[in-house]
Design a protein around this ligand. Structure first.
Ligand SMILES: Nc1ncnc2c1ncn2[C@@H]1O[C@H](COP(=O)(O)OP(=O)(O)OP(=O)(O)O)[C@@H](O)[C@H]1O
Ligand SMILES: [Mg+2]
Length: 412
């Protein structure tokens, strides 16, 4: 397929390709000025003011011709008088739009991708609706971020999939974005985030807090994190007695430092809402993810979580929260769609994460081992979160962060 502006003799002349005459070949072609003169003689003259030139003048090869006074002969066109093509600085119309061939939109998913690949691109059924939707989600996930953004993942009850959600959404954000993303285990009860992502909990948030005043650069902070792909992971203290002693103030200090060096900070908040560390991460969050399950008892716990937050002055957060329903235990006896509709009236969005055998192992998570539908669900969640990336933070937490970040010495 030839792209715009590809391939004609006229254009080859226009870019100064050597002519047969120049190369000494035969038969001699009429010279460029001869051709131009001939064309000018053949061209119908404008009959009235405002008449436009024929379309091919846009190439600049048949510019308006002066008649040399007294001679009746056309004067050679002056370069400065050649009309520049609209929208391009180059008088010959050589812009990337006119000379670079457009790339075919290649399908990669399903039968469309198979057909395209098998026929070497000769048969292109086009990109299907599912692939379009996925590309649109990725476009949303890549939304630019003005300032550091904190996401809290929480629930009132344990074992509903908070750590799994925090880990997977962190991996999806990190795989699609170019900025720095860190996932922090803020679970006061020896959390499992590092186990699920890197298996490395040799350095924890407790060690980091001990040295927090000395952290001046990204390299200083990165000594306390481990890496899962492009996602940085900060483990929680693994001794339950020590980790339970962590208080709100300590997590606020950790989050404040992380926001200086990372663009997105994801906190796995642990279960419950009243522990001061969890209350701290909730207060600091720009984006809230509530995790629950679509069972009778699970739905009532989600309702309790949302009510608890609402009565404590976080009604705006509840309305803007994304609810994740982990469907690992929901059987066909549960009307998941009904649960979903109910919570769609209370929150910004509801995402259902299906049962996934790889996630059910409880072992280290590898994104390329989860099912496509599960990957889609986490991509949808990441896109909803990224929709808020350029929003101005609201609430008490945002003010607190602003104060603290402004009070810190400049990053070294
Ligand atoms: N979509 C899923 N499909 C299958 N299993 C899942 C799914 N999501 C989570 N699980 C499994 O459920 C168990 C509990 O998940 P997870 O540890 O994420 O919950 P949690 O809310 O963080 O628990 P805790 O409150 O103890 O921190 C884990 O073994 C996990 O692998
Ligand atoms: Mg957990």
């Amino acid at each position: 397929m030839s792209g715009p502006g590809g391939g004609s003799d006229e254009q080859a002349d226009g870019v100064g390709a050597p002519s047969a005459e120049d190369r000494g070949g035969a038969p001699p072609r009429p010279s460029r000025s001869q051709r131009r003169r001939r064309r000018t003689e053949e061209a119908p003259a404008p009959t009235a003011p405002g008449d436009t030139a024929p379309d091919d003048t846009a190439l600049g090869d048949t510019a308006p011709v002066d008649i040399v006074a007294g001679s009746g002969a056309p004067a050679p066109p002056r370069r400065a008088e050649v009309a520049a093509p609209a929208g391009g600085p180059d008088a010959d119309g050589l812009t990337s739009e006119t000379i670079v061939r457009r790339r075919v939109d290649r399908p990669t998913d399903g039968w469309r991708g198979l057909l395209f690949t098998a026929t070497g691109g000769r048969l292109n059924p086009g990109v299907g609706p599912a692939e379009h939707a996925r590309r649109e989600q990725v476009r949303r996930i890549r939304r630019p971020l003005g300032s550091a953004h904190q996401i809290a993942v929480s629930s009132i009850n344990g074992g509903v999939g908070k750590t799994t959600v925090a880990a997977c959404v962190g991996l999806v954000l990190a795989e699609n974005r170019g900025d720095r993303i860190v996932a922090v285990d803020a679970n006061p009860n020896a959390g499992t985030l590092a186990d699920r992502l890197t298996g490395d909990a040799s350095m924890t948030v407790r060690e980091m807090v001990g040295q927090i005043e000395t952290l001046r650069s990204l390299a200083d902070v990165a000594r306390y994190t481990s890496l899962a792909g492009r996602l940085q992971v900060l483990a929680s203290e693994q001794d339950p007695a020590m980790s339970a002693a962590f208080e709100r103030d300590e997590y606020e200090r950790v989050c404040t430092v992380l926001r200086r060096f990372y663009d997105v900070v994801i906190t796995d908040s642990g279960s419950g809402l009243v522990h001061s560390a969890i209350a701290g991460t909730l207060a600091l969050a720009d984006n809230l993810v509530v995790v629950g399950s679509p069972t009778a008892d699970g739905a009532s716990r989600v309702t309790k979580t949302l009510d608890w937050l609402t009565v404590r002055g976080h009604a705006d957060r509840v309305a803007d929260a994304v609810l994740v329903l982990t469907c690992d235990r929901a059987g066909k006896h549960v009307d998941t769609a009904r649960v979903r509709r109910h919570f769609e009236n209370r929150c910004r969005a509801v995402v259902e994460v299906p049962y996934d055998p790889h996630l059910a192992t409880g072992a280290r998570i590898e994104l390329d081992r989860i099912r496509p539908a599960t990957h889609d669900a986490f991509r949808a969640l990441a896109a909803h979160l990224a929709d808020r990336f350029d929003a101005t933070p609201v609430g008490v937490g945002a003010d607190l962060v602003r104060h603290r970040v402004e009070a810190l010495p400049p990053a070294g």
